[in-house]
Design a protein around this ligand. Structure first.
Ligand code: ATP
Ligand code: MG
Length: 333
């Protein structure tokens, strides 16, 4: 029997997980968890790199993210869910890897670049933020992960990981594994505002935990084709997130095709399409929300899952650190 390969995947505890997470990675994690050793990281240290002044936010979202995982079907009996800061070996590896990247290379990372613009740090970019891709290299390599289910925005991180891994293996000894990204069928879900990415930090997300009223309010307020003013006007389907969501979540594909034709031709109003999307999303999210509410009744038990997972993750990461130190000749005794 061949040994199962490892997966490392996870999220920053900066808010409730949303539909983008679902289609971008959660769905894959649930599918793959039985065939791989899956480690799911709640990256609190990484979340602090741009939330240093808001520890309460990060702290509170640990439980929220864990509830989202359990609600969508990540099974803690088979997946190891853990908190990043409880595995200090990751921080140790980060220090070692920082010597293998240049400041210029970090500044050129396209995801970091666009996030820096978005967050308007100006001249005050936290050093921890600029270097968070190296922290991710540590997350991935600590668990000898070969597969990383992520959204499209994370591809530059995998690139950066490959560079560090190759450099490490060349300079020291070949102990680190080169990972591969697993991009889902829908690698970048747009936001309700039509912006290219639904994101916790942009206020354009429909969360898995949202109440029926909140889902409806967000759907009815969604961005559509700004030139589709009167019902009889021909409308654009491309770049219209209402249709993007229908494409993904509406089980009746023929009906969606028909709606798109009607919309393009003119004569189909936004309100009607949005009402349909609302029904579709309510159906999709109801069972997830109900499971979430069940787990939320016993937060102590959920925290216990994270405690146990973190202990298990730490044992794995320690093994890697031992090999890394030996390869770097800093294994003195
Ligand atoms: P933040 O704004 O705090 O960075 P986020 O919404 O970008 O939050 P992350 O925790 O940074 O969420 O991302 C976790 C994982 O979910 C990553 O693999 C990322 O690629 C994926 N992901 C996030 N948003 C989307 C999206 N809109 N479509 C597809 N995948 C997504
Ligand atoms: Mg992000």
């Amino acid at each position: 029997m061949t040994q199962k390969k490892n997966i490392l995947t996870g999220d920053r505890p900066t808010g409730n997980l949303h539909l983008g997470h679902y289609v971008g990675s959660l769905e894959n994690r649930v599918k793959l968890q039985n065939d791989y050793n899956q480690f799911v990281i709640i990256a609190d240290i990484q979340a602090l790199t741009d939330n240093a002044d808001n520890p309460t936010k990060v702290r509170n979202n640990i439980l929220e993210v864990a509830l989202d995982y359990l609600a969508v079907g990540i099974n803690p009996e088979v997946s190891t869910i853990f908190i990043q800061s409880l595995v200090p070996e990751i921080a140790e590896l980060t220090m070692y890897y920082l010597n293998l990247v240049t400041v210029n290379r970090l500044k050129r990372n396209p995801t970091v670049k666009s996030e820096i613009d978005q967050k308007s740090f100006g001249e005050s970019i936290p050093a921890g933020f600029l270097t968070y891709p190296v922290n991710q290299v540590a997350d991935i390599t600590a668990f000898k992960a070969s597969l990383i289910p992520v959204g499209e925005d994370q591809l530059p991180m995998i690139e950066q990981t490959l560079e560090v891994v190759r450099k490490f293996n060349r300079i020291y000894q070949p102990v680190l594994i080169e990972p591969e990204a697993l991009i889902s069928q829908f690698p970048r879900l747009p936001g309700t505002d039509g912006k290219s990415k639904m994101s916790k930090s942009l206020g354009n997300a429909i969360a898995l935990a949202d109440s029926p009223d909140s889902i409806e309010e967000k759907v009815m307020g969604m961005f559509t084709d700004p030139n589709h003013i009167r019902v009889e006007d021909p409308g654009k389907v491309e770049g219209n997130p209402v249709f993007d969501y229908l494409d993904i979540f509406d089980p009746e594909k023929d009906k969606v095709k028909e709606l798109k034709e009607d919309y393009r031709r003119g004569g189909l109003g936004d309100v009607k399409v949005k009402r349909r999307l609302n029904r579709v999303l309510q159906n999709f999210l109801k069972p997830i929300r109900e499971r979430r509410e069940e787990y939320a009744k016993d937060p102590g038990e959920v925290m216990n899952i994270l405690k146990k997972g973190s202990e298990k993750a730490r044992i794995e990461a320690s093994k890697t650190v031992t090999e890394v130190r030996k390869a770097m000749q800093i294994d003195y005794f």
